[in-house]
Every structure is written in structure tokens, then in C-alpha cells.
Write a protein that binds this ligand. Structure first.
Ligand code: HPA
Length: 273
């Protein structure tokens, strides 16, 4: 058995000792989007630093705990704060928690992130359901030896974002009156925001939004055979006529404002799963 499997088993054993409930849905909360946790009945919260082999979150706006609980009768687990490649973790470390969630028993993975809009029809505060991604500028987390116990050597990526979950989300947003955009997410390493030429290029390559997370987690989930649903909160616009200086504070503020709609969508989707 490979080292990664041994480590995963130890991590999963540690977590099960603290919280034996099997979660059905795994959720990753992006920058400034941690308030979702206020809506769940918390059973246990385990700080990342206590969990064997877990990386530790270093970014402002990210909390750093694995939270277990329920929404209505649905058992969920959430990452309050995710790991990013730009923090200095390897791509394999970034996706470690996704593998842990799968081994703990989740059947669906919900991801959220803050992203820069490059589609000229987008505005700050929009929710964009991700229907595909371009990850050629992000390091693939499956580089290196493959362990067939986790998934295949060459995973198919023709439909990384589950069409059934997307259809369900469209129906929920229509009934709750939540405006939902849809588009392609372009993954970059960060930590710099993009230059104006880069935002233009990303748009011309066929993407609608750009961000520093999500694609590696999605690749890991597809490898594991986990259906993924992902939403970007558009927190800034790369394509404007005026030079816009983007700050992390602005990103957090915009994410916070859009959060209630994202939370409503996630909650209803979880209830209907
Ligand atoms: N670019 C990359 N990542 C981001 C952005 C952006 O404009 N906004 C929020 N995360």
C-alpha cells in the first residue's frame, strides 16, 4: 500500500474517533464565505492543526477547522477554510482534505470560491455556477505515481461538474429568485491578481471567471468518482474600461455581501440531495 493511503487511513481514523457520524455532503467554503456555518447544527469542529497530515490554513478570511453537523436531516462536513497552492503547499497537499472527505463517506462535494469576473456581462456580487474549467495554468494534483485505490491514472474530465446537480441548482434558483450566472472557471496559481492583459487573455481563451482554487479540488474529486457542484462569487472585474486595483479586502467584502444568496442555494441543494 502507498504512503498516501497509510496517511489517509490514520487521518480518517483520528476524525472518526472524534466524530463517528458519516457525512453525506462535503462542503468547501471559499474566501469570505464562512458564514454558511452559522446555518448548520454543529456536532464537532476539529481544528486543522490537530488533524494528522492536515495542512494548516494561513489566509485571512479562512478559518481553519473541519466542521461536522447537519442541515435539516442531512449530515454534512465542511472545510471552514481551504488550502491553496500559493500558500506553499504542494498540489497533493492542497487536495488531501478532499480525499479525506471521500474516505469519510461523502457522496457529493460542494465547492465555493471568490473569483474575478472576465465575462463583460458579469458584475460584482454575481453568483456563477461553474459548468467547466480550464486548469492548464494550475499544477495538476494528480502528478506523480497513481494509487489505483484512489482512482484511475487518466481520469476523464469531459464533465467535471455534475450535470444533475447543476440542473437541480438552476431549478432551486428559479424558485427562490436567486439570479444565477453560469460559466467556465480559469484556475491560476496566484497569489498575484492578474494583469489587465492576462484578464483579457483569460476571457479570450473561453473563461468567464478566474481564481486561485477549486480546479485542483475538482480534479481530485473526479479522480475519486465524487460528483462536484461549484459556485464562484464574482468579487472583482478584470475586464473594465478603467484600470481597477484589486485588493484582498475588496474581495472579502464583495464575497460577504453575496454570501446570503450562496448560502440559500447551498442549503436548499443539500436538503434536496
Ligand atoms: N483573480 C484571481 N483570483 C481571484 C480574483 C481574481 O481577480 N478575485 C478573487 N480571487
Amino acid at each position: 500500500m502507498s504512503l498516501i493511503i497509510d496517511q489517509l487511513k490514520e487521518t480518517v481514523g483520528f476524525i472518526r474517533d472524534k466524530c463517528p457520524t458519516v457525512p453525506e455532503v462535503g462542503i468547501v467554503l471559499g474566501s469570505g464565505l464562512g458564514n454558511f456555518l452559522k446555518d448548520i447544527t454543529v456536532e464537532a469542529a476539529i481544528p486543522y492543526e490537530d488533524i494528522p497530515y492536515f495542512p494548516v490554513s494561513t489566509v485571512k478570511g479562512h478559518e481553519g477547522a473541519l466542521v461536522f453537523g447537519s442541515i435539516h436531516d442531512k449530515k454534512i462536513m465542511a472545510m471552514a477554510g481551504r488550502f491553496h497552492f500559493y500558500e506553499g503547499y504542494t498540489a497533493t497537499e492542497v487536495i488531501y482534505p478532499i480525499r479525506v472527505m471521500k474516505l469519510l463517506g461523502i457522496k457529493h462535494l460542494l465547492l465555493s470560491n471568490a473569483a474575478g469576473g472576465v465575462n463583460p456581462d458579469f458584475k460584482v456580487g454575481d453568483l456563477m455556477m461553474i459548468n467547466d474549467h480550464i486548469s492548464l495554468a494550475a499544477v495538476n494534483p494528480l502528478l506523480g505515481p497513481n494509487d489505483d485505490l484512489l482512482g484511475p491514472r487518466f481520469p476523464d474530465m469531459s464533465e467535471p461538474y455534475c450535470p444533475k446537480l447543476r440542473a437541480r441548482a438552476n431549478a432551486i434558483c428559479a424558485s427562490l429568485n436567486i439570479p444565477l450566472k453560469e460559466g467556465v472557471y480559469f484556475g491560476v496559481t496566484g497569489p498575484t491578481f492578474e494583469t489587465r492583459a492576462e484578464y483579457r487573455m483569460i476571457n479570450r481563451l473561453g473563461a468567464d471567471a478566474v481564481g486561485m482554487s477549486t480546479v485542483q479540488e475538482t480534479i481530485a474529486a473526479v479522480h475519486l468518482g465524487l460528483p462536484v457542484f461549484a459556485v464562484s462569487v464574482i468579487t472583482d472585474l478584470g475586464i473594465t474600461d478603467r484600470p481597477a486595483i484589486i485588493t484582498h479586502e475588496e474581495v472579502l467584502e464583495a464575497a460577504g455581501k453575496a454570501e446570503p444568496l450562496l448560502t440559500a442555494l447551498f442549503k436548499q441543494l443539500i436538503i434536496e440531495l
